[in-house]
Structure formats: structure tokens, C-alpha cells
Design a protein around this ligand. Structure first.
Ligand code: NAD
Length: 474
């Protein structure tokens, strides 16, 4: 096997201050409550910065600023709003190296992914929705669709800046104003985005960023002057939010967890399928709601596929997220690492067979080796629950009907993958899968023009594409 010399990206392209305030009404301030929390680099456990924790009074101020800004922002012609969005998209491109390094430092994801996937998609979302801002009358929602008002947006830590873009870009394009709360383990890129908004001279109050933990999020979504709630995160918190919002007249979209089936038929091109399986579960350390975490393999292909998969996994480089050779970075937090470890232990106890390639994990930081479980049955917890880590559960099937039945046997329904040479089989199977996105002979492909969202416990509403506009229009 090749030995790779270290190829670290320079950390000096980003300047991180020792502390950050809240971004309310166009400027940063320390927060009225005075509470702060620390955000750490999960690859080293080094504290990156102290960040203000927004209390009720701060959230009130942010919502009030968004409300004041709504009148003028929503009254701007779409072409004028588009100019701001185009400007934001271009500034993100110009600052993409800095933002990619920042994202890898705060999140733990490999620089190769933040640089080549997250940041290009973030810019693409702003470009895409900038293009819609002056064409809303042609989007299929009536001749003059109106914005909802103030949108409360709560996002997770797995794709901090990309989830921000998915939420902020369509909201602004349609004339809404925003109060966004990033996750407590990854607040920094949202705060840098606030600076991008200032650079773009976005009018004060159109975008407000309040940092803090779950209680800040709970207070924000329950705020009486919020018109729309958009949430991405766990199914458990999604349920709480649905309860808090019900009966209030607020519009709600929920993008929750998943346990996607990646189905490989015996006529699939093995090498491509192996790449798709690896991408499906080890991309972003498996912290992906649509990760292909359940591999369904046609029985006759099981042995050759497992041999190829193990050979490929042995070449994955786990380690320093800032090294350009790294394939698998750090687990985002100690809490998430504990959860991955616990569920993996349960997998072994319940009788599945665990395998990981030999790999040396760094001494400090939060790490988990890429892992597969074979001999998994549908009753096993590792086949039912979202692990949200680099852990693959492998099951087998004999017939297409059995594959469909097993794929759909989950409380979730966010995504699925099908690998086969036969187009008719792909279409027939895709038709029967209860999943918001079905990829064929590929996996984890994202595009701002394509809607994304779930069935059942994966949530409701769609983000992305023309469909994504609807969630922000009256
Ligand atoms: P989470 O749902 O606890 O947190 C997501 C966001 O919601 C964070 O910003 C958090 O501060 C906020 N939040 C927490 N409690 C809240 C409340 N009561 N009201 C409003 N906002 C609240 O998710 P997590 O702790 O980051 O991860 C836990 C699990 O969630 C993971 O193991 C995984 O299963 C799932 N998850 C899914 C996605 C996804 O993209 N679908 C993303 C992250 C996590």
C-alpha cells in the first residue's frame, strides 16, 4: 500500500477570535444573559473559542429585529433581493478556503470534504435561490406568492454551513427574514456567515444568528412572533418541536433522522458499488441523515462484495481533518462518540459480527474506526436505530421483493440506494421504496435544484429545488 506524506492545509488561512457574541440586527453583541459556552476542535479537544449563549431576552431581541426588517425586505422587488443573494454566494466562493478550514476545525470533517463538497454546495444554494427571487410568480404557487414573515431555523452539527444555506437561501429569496440557531458544538461557521452578510451589506435584521444549546432553540421555536419553524436534527427533538408548534398556526418543516437501505443486486458493477457503499456510510464520518447505513446485499454476491469492501476499507485514511489525504475525520463530540460506541457494543452483544480495518487512531480527540457488522438481522438495534457514525450494518436478501420489504422495514424514510445494471429493475424497485430520495448506481449526490426530505419519522416538508420555496410562501 502507498504511504502518504502529510499534506496539511494551512490553519493560518482562518483567524478565529477568542470569543464571539450574538449577531442581532446587523451587529455582534455579547448577549444580555452573559452566559458563554466553549466550542472545541474534536480532533484535538483544543478550545477554539468562547461563544455567547442566547437567553430569552436575546432571542426576543433577535425576533424583534427580524420582524422590523421584514417590512422593507419583503417589499423589495425580487430582483433586488437576488442581488444580495448573488453577492453572498460570491463572497462565500471568495472566502471558501477560509470557511472550509474553519468548518473542518469546528466539526472534525476532512478538509477534502469541506473544501470539495460543503463549500461548493453552500455557494451553489445561494446562487440557485438567487435565481428564483425574481421568478416566484412562475414557480407554480400563484401569480404573486407572499412570504410568511419571520422564520426560526434550528440546525444540527453535521453540515453546519450547508444546513444554514439550505435554510437561509430559500427564506431570503422568498422575502422572509431569519433567526437561525446553529448547533452548540459547531457555532463558528454560522458566525462567520454573519460576517459574510455584513460584507454583502445585507440590511440589518434580515439575518440574525443566536448561538446556544437546546433551550435557546426551544425558546426560539416557541416564540409567539415567529411565523415559520424549520428544523433539522434528531427525530426526538423534532417531535418536541411539532408539539410546541401545534395549534399555533406556525408553518413547520422537519428534516430528521434516517436509516437508509443501500441495496446491491447481484448484477451490480462491484467496484462501483463498493465506492458507493464507502461513500454512503463513511462520508462525513457517517454523520449524515441520509447515510446508507443498512447495506442489503443479494445473497449470491455477499462473499465477493464483502471481500472487496474490506479491501477498500483497509485503504481509508483516518486522522487529521486538515490533512488533504484524510478520508475519515474526527467524530464531532464526546457525546456522539459515546452513542456510537454504545450502539456498536449492543451490535456485538446481540450477535452480529464486527469488523474494522487496522488503523491507528490519534491519542487525543474523538475517533472511531470505520466499522461493519455482518450477520445482522432486522430485529437488531443496529439495523433499526440511527447510529450517526461510521458503522455499517450488512443484511442479505434473495429476491427483489425481499429487498423492498427489508428496505421499507424501518420507521424512517429519508433515502435509499439501488445498485444494478438493469434499468427496469432499478425503476421497479425505486417505485416501491418509501424514501424521499432514491439514488441509482450512486449515493449521497446533492444538488440545489433537487428537493430533499423524508417520509414517516424522517420528517415532512421538502428543502431544495422549486419545492423548497413552498415552505417559505403563504
Ligand atoms: P438534536 O436534535 O439534539 O440537535 C439539533 C439542533 O436542535 C441543535 O441546534 C440543538 O441545539 C437544537 N435543539 C435541541 N433540543 C431542542 C429543543 N428542545 N428545541 C429546539 N431546538 C433544540 O440532535 P443532536 O444532539 O445534534 O444529535 C442527536 C441525534 O440526532 C444524532 O445522533 C442523529 O441521530 C440525529 N441527527 C440528525 C441529523 C439530520 O441531519 N437529520 C443531524 C444531526 C443529528
Amino acid at each position: 500500500m502507498f504511504e502518504y506524506a502529510p499534506a496539511p492545509e494551512s490553519r493560518s488561512v482562518v483567524e478565529i477570535a477568542s470569543s464571539y457574541g450574538l449577531f442581532i440586527d446587523g451587529s455582534f453583541d455579547g448577549g444580555k444573559d452573559g452566559d458563554v459556552f466553549k466550542t472545541v476542535n474534536p480532533a484535538t479537544e483544543e478550545v477554539l473559542a468562547e461563544v455567547a449563549s442566547a437567553g430569552p431576552e436575546d432571542v426576543d431581541r433577535a425576533v424583534a429585529a427580524a420582524r422590523r426588517a421584514f417590512g422593507t425586505w419583503s417589499a423589495l422587488p425580487g430582483a433586488e433581493r437576488a442581488k444580495y443573494l448573488f453577492r453572498i454566494a460570491r463572497i462565500i466562493q471568495e472566502r471558501s478556503r477560509e470557511l472550509a478550514v474553519l468548518e473542518s476545525l469546528d466539526n472534525g470533517k476532512p478538509i477534502r470534504e469541506s473544501r470539495d463538497v460543503d463549500l461548493p454546495l453552500v455557494a451553489a444554494h445561494f446562487f440557485y435561490y438567487a435565481g428564483w427571487a425574481d421568478k416566484l410568480g412562475h414557480a407554480g404557487f400563484g401569480p404573486d406568492p407572499r412570504p410568511l414573515g419571520v422564520a426560526a431555523q434550528v440546525i444540527p452539527w453535521n453540515f453546519p454551513l450547508l444546513m444554514l444555506a439550505w435554510k437561509v437561501a430559500p427564506a431570503l429569496a422568498t422575502g422572509n427574514t431569519v433567526v437561525l440557531k446553529p448547533a452548540e458544538t459547531t457555532p463558528l461557521s454560522a458566525l462567520f456567515f454573519a460576517d459574510v452578510c455584513r460584507q454583502a451589506e445585507l440590511p440589518a435584521g434580515v439575518v440574525n444568528i443566536v448561538t446556544g444549546a437546546g433551550d435557546t432553540g426551544a425558546y426560539l421555536v416557541a416564540h409567539p412572533d415567529v411565523d415559520k419553524v424549520a428544523f433539522t436534527g434528531s427525530t426526538e427533538v423534532g417531535r418536541e418541536i411539532a408539539r410546541s408548534v401545534s395549534g399555533t398556526g406556525k408553518r413547520l418543516t422537519l428534516e430528521l433522522g434516517g436509516k437508509a437501505a443501500n441495496i446491491v443486486f447481484d448484477d451490480a458493477p462491484i467496484d462501483q458499488a463498493v465506492e458507493g457503499i464507502v461513500n454512503g456510510i463513511f462520508f462525513n464520518q457517517g454523520h449524515v441523515c441520509c447515510a446508507g447505513s443498512r447495506l442489503l446485499v443479494q445473497e449470491s454476491l455477499f462473499e465477493p462484495l464483502m471481500d472487496s469492501l474490506k479491501r477498500r476499507m483497509a485503504t481509508l485514511r483516518v486522522g487529521d481533518p486538515l490533512d488533504k489525504n484524510t478520508d475519515v475525520g474526527a467524530i464531532n463530540s464526546a457525546a456522539q462518540l459515546t452513542r456510537i460506541r454504545e450502539l456498536s457494543e449492543i451490535g456485538s452483544v446481540e450477535g452480529a459480527e464486527r469488523w474494522s480495518p487496522e488503523c491507528q487512531l490519534p491519542d487525543r480527540g474523538f475517533w472511531f474506526a470505520p466499522t461493519i457488522f455482518t450477520g445482522v438481522t432486522q430485529a437488531h438495534r443496529i439495523a433499526r436505530e440511527e447510529i450517526f457514525g461510521p458503522v455499517l450494518s450488512v443484511l442479505t436478501f434473495r429476491t427483489p421483493d425481499e429487498a423492498v420489504a427489508k428496505a421499507n422495514n424501518t420507521p424512517y424514510g429519508l433515502s435509499a440506494g439501488i445498485w444494478s445494471e438493469k434499468g427496469s429493475r432499478i425503476l421497479a424497485v425505486a417505485d416501491q421504496l418509501r424514501a424521499g430520495v432514491v439514488w441509482a448506481n450512486t449515493f449521497n449526490k446533492f444538488d440545489p435544484a433537487s428537493p430533499f426530505g423524508g417520509y414517516k419519522e424522517s420528517g415532512y416538508g421538502r428543502e431544495g429545488g422549486r419545492h423548497g420555496l413552498e415552505a417559505y410562501l403563504a
